[in-house]
Every structure is written in C-alpha cells, then in structure tokens.
Design a protein around this ligand. Sequence first.
Ligand SMILES: Cc1cc2nc3c(=O)[nH]c(=O)nc-3n(C[C@H](O)[C@H](O)[C@H](O)COP(=O)(O)OP(=O)(O)OC[C@H]3O[C@@H](n4cnc5c(N)ncnc54)[C@H](O)[C@@H]3O)c2cc1C
Length: 240
Amino acid sequence: MIVVKPWPFFAAVNIAFAKRHQHFCLSIEKSSYDSDCQNRPVSRSSCRWWALIVSYRGQPAVILQSKKRVNFATLVIAAGAWSGRLTRKLGLKVPLESERGYHVEFIEPSFMPKHPTVIAAAKFIATQMDGRLRCAGVVEFGGLEMPPSKAPIDFLKQQVQQIFPGLRYKRIETWQGHRPALTDSLPIIGRLPNRRNIVLAFGHHHVGLAAGARTGRIVANLVTGIEPELDMTPYRADRF
Ligand SMILES: Cc1cc2nc3c(=O)[nH]c(=O)nc-3n(C[C@H](O)[C@H](O)[C@H](O)COP(=O)(O)OP(=O)(O)OC[C@H]3O[C@@H](n4cnc5c(N)ncnc54)[C@H](O)[C@@H]3O)c2cc1C
C-alpha cells in the first residue's frame, strides 16, 4: 500500500528550521518512489510539486517538477503559505496570505539572554541559540515571490542595538520566512471536504513550531483512520 507518512507537518517545520530553511520534499513512503526524494534533504527542483491532481477513481497524485507522477492512498498538504496554491488546484479557495518575518542572527555574541525573551517595546524576540543570538520579528505583506527586503533587517538591527548597546559579535546572518496566515487566525486541519483521502494542515501563523506537534498527532490520526478526540469544527477547510 502507498501511504503518506503521517509526519509531513513535523518534517516541514522541524527539519526546515533545523537545517536552516533548506527545502525538503514531504516525507513520502513508496517503494518505487524516486529515490532522490526519500526522507532526506533534496533540492527544490527535483522534489517540489509541480502539479496536484486527483486522478482516476479519485486517487490523489502529484506530478513532481521532474515530471514524475506519484500516486497516493492518502495525501497530506502541509505546505505552509504555499498550500493555497495547491488546494486551489483541487477547487478549494482559502484566504491564506504570507506574513513575512525576518531574523538577524549575531554569531558568537558577547552576550546571551538566559531565556528566550520577548522585547515588546522593540518588537522582537531574542533567543539564545547554539553559538548565536537570534533576534526575530517583523510582519511584512509582500507575497511569496518578492525577495527579502532590506528595511526590516535594518529595523531589527537598529532595535537590537538600542536594547543591547554593548553587543559585539563575529558576524551577522539574516533570514526571511513565511508565516502562513488565514484571515480568522486559526489553521486549517482536517480532510478536504468531500474527499477523505486528502488531509490539509496549514495556516499556523506565528505559532507553527509550537503547534506543530499537536497538529502532527491529529494528522497522523486522520491518515490512519482515527477520529481526533477534539471538536475539529473550528479548523474545517470549508468555513470561509
Ligand atoms: C521570523 C519568524 C519567526 C517565527 N517564530 C516562531 C516561534 O518562535 N514559534 C513558533 O511556533 N512559530 C514561529 N514562526 C512561525 C512558524 O515558522 C510557522 O508557523 C511554521 O513554519 C509553519 O509551518 P508549516 O510547516 O505550515 O510551513 P513551512 O514551515 O513554511 O513549511 C512549508 C514547506 O512546504 C514546502 N513547499 C511549498 N510548496 C511546495 C510544493 N509545491 N512542493 C513541495 N514542498 C512545498 C516549502 O518549501 C516549505 O519547506 C516564526 C515565523 C517567522 C517567519
């Protein structure tokens, strides 16, 4: 049997952050599946979905950019801010937007906070990482295609300078990511309406890392035919 492993949400969130935002394919288990794409980092070009289709007898399938077609018994769409593009192909329009955010990392800093610290007045969060201080924040609406802007990075640096005026460091690294934001601030978690073999899990806004484990468990249950123990009505895909 072909199954989608029940942890794509974990994979997307945890691996993406752990490996510093490289792109991964969703974890897919299929003996004859393109070996390039099995549960390990791959280049965006080889494993990115190029098209999503529901084919003969209602079976979901994806066409990879390599033009290979892969069929699934159950398919999980957990592609963050990109998910709307995929669901649209299945006839579901969702009000999903990217809230772009940024971080500046100070490598080998002269100072580390003892705990992750929300500095509300300066609108950033300082987190002690391994050998680096991560300062993250900013909400920018600029869609999925626009390259990172310079102004939010400058803003973050300036704010950090004000809060930690004595901070010294070896060098700086910067990053921009996409928070998948639905208009009512709740994620979509559940089966695609009228189609039991496609499960949706996206729209976790600013809290996808914190909420990912719980969502992963719910998705695992749905994929394996266990009904979640909580009322899923608020998270339905057809609520808009
Ligand atoms: C600056 C910043 C700070 C944040 N801080 C926190 C925090 O402290 N705590 C917290 O809980 N959350 C935080 N978040 C939010 C968190 O990052 C998101 O909620 C979370 O990443 C959403 O997870 P996701 O798996 O739905 O989407 P993503 O992490 O965006 O993963 C989606 C994946 O799908 C891939 N993809 C897209 N299209 C395709 C396709 N066609 N084929 C194959 N793959 C595809 C993408 O490349 C991507 O790897 C922060 C976000 C930002 C930007």
